[in-house]
Design a protein around this ligand. Structure first.
Ligand SMILES: NC(=O)c1ccc[n+]([C@@H]2O[C@H](COP(=O)([O-])OP(=O)(O)OC[C@H]3O[C@@H](n4cnc5c(N)ncnc54)[C@H](O)[C@@H]3O)[C@@H](O)[C@H]2O)c1
Length: 354
């Protein structure tokens, strides 16, 4: 029989979607306790998802020896400390994006985790959309040819009401703006498909809301694999879209425009010649559809814990995403192109906060 892993969930906002993901994997997971500071939202989730216990004291989760995993779905500024305490208490950890507030913290966590037999999985659930997974398959099958150019648009809308939540819009608690908090999913897809970035040039502004952090950015990127990317992000788009286009020598992959489910089908894959289109179509016809989003990421996390191996999203993946952010902030502030990787001698290694 499959071993059910027991999860203590921290948070009662996006954590609701995590609970749906665990429920869809109910042969793999159970959630015996939920912890949040806001009792009304926490108690509502406990009632809705049949969770045995509610607490406001995260220490009680660290102290328990009947939990396998602590799931951290709290605001960004609390992620590192809670993650460290959770790993040190002997649990596996999964933690929401944006993972931490600096590359130094990612490296520190890698050191801490390396000294244990625990697994650490950052969240990037958008990766598991069927359209994006089909592109990954076509790359693995060698059907795309060399990569040339990727364009990614994250054009969303956030009005003043969104920033009434006290931790949002401020460097100290949100740690960044739309580049860090919103476009990070689509930009993770860039790294997921093409690997790490090599150099970034960025312009960034706060144009839409009266907040401290950026809400509009334009980035030009060189990838380590030699291809180029153009990334744009605004939280001032009255029509919300996300759009990804990957141009390769032998085909183009185009996402749907749904802002929050852009990884999902139906993506369009267009080849240069009819014979190659036939090969691509034949490969796509054999694709076996799986669950997506949190459900799939949690299913793969269970597999990594029970069978061994890397979690589906690694600390290095989170590092890639935060390196892009760090380099973009550095470029924006200096007016210079910024090379990657971001190493310990970089001026923003310990913090990108202004
Ligand atoms: N992956 C995604 O698609 C996605 C979507 C939305 C938010 N997020 C991320 O999830 C995180 C949480 O965002 P949110 O929108 O749920 O925020 P939120 O403010 O709605 O909820 C945060 C929750 O954390 C709880 N909390 C905070 N500190 C705590 C502590 N020390 N102990 C116990 N509980 C604590 C609060 O009580 C609250 O229930 C953020 O990092 C955000 O960027 C990810």
């Amino acid at each position: 029989m499959t071993r059910k892993l027991r999860v203590g969930v921290v948070g009662a906002g996006i954590a609701q979607r995590h609970l749906v993901g665990y429920k869809w994997n109910e042969s793999l997971y159970e959630v015996p306790v939920l912890c949040s500071l806001d009792e009304d939202r926490g108690q509502a989730l406990v009632a809705e998802y049949g969770i045995a216990e509610y607490t406001q004291d995260v220490e009680t989760l660290f102290a328990r020896d009947d939990l396998d995993i602590i799931d951290i779905s709290t605001p960004p500024h609390s992620h590192f400390d809670l993650s460290r305490r959770a790993i040190e208490s002997g649990k596996h950890v999964t933690c929401e994006k944006p993972l931490f507030g600096s590359i130094a913290e990612v490296d520190e966590m890698a050191r801490i985790v390396a000294g244990t037999d625990r697994k650490f999985m950052p969240i990037f659930q958008y990766r598991y959309g069927t359209g994006l997974q089909k592109l990954k398959m076509l790359i693995e099958l060698g059907l795309t040819g060399r990569p040339f150019l990727t364009t990614i648009e994250t054009h969303w809308w956030r009005g003043p009401a969104y920033y009434e939540v006290p931790w949002r819009g401020k460097w100290a608690t949100e740690l960044g703006g739309g580049l860090l908090g919103h476009a990070i999913h689509a930009h993770d897809m860039l790294n997921y498909v093409h690997g790490a970035c090599a150099e970034v040039f960025a312009y960034g502004e706060t144009l839409v809301n009266k907040i401290e952090v950026e809400d509009t950015m334009a980035l030009a990127v060189k990838m380590q694999n030699g291809s180029l990317a153009s990334l744009s992000m605004t939280l001032g788009s009255r029509k919300e879209i996300s759009r990804l286009r990957f141009c390769f020598a032998d085909m183009v992959a185009e996402s749907i425009l749904e802002p929050y489910t852009m990884g999902r089908d139906p993506w369009v894959f267009t080849a240069g010649e009819p014979e190659h289109q036939a090969r691509i179509d034949a490969a796509l016809a054999n694709y076996v559809v799986k669950e997506d989003g949190y459900t799939r990421q949690f299913e793969l996390f269970h597999q990594a814990i029970v069978e061994g191996g890397e979690p589906p999203v690694t600390l290095q993946d989170a590092r890639n995403s935060l390196e892009l952010v760090t380099a973009a902030y550095h470029s924006q502030r200096t007016g210079q192109p910024t090379p990657l990787p971001i190493t310990a001698d970089h001026p923003l290694y310990r913090s990108w906060l202004p």
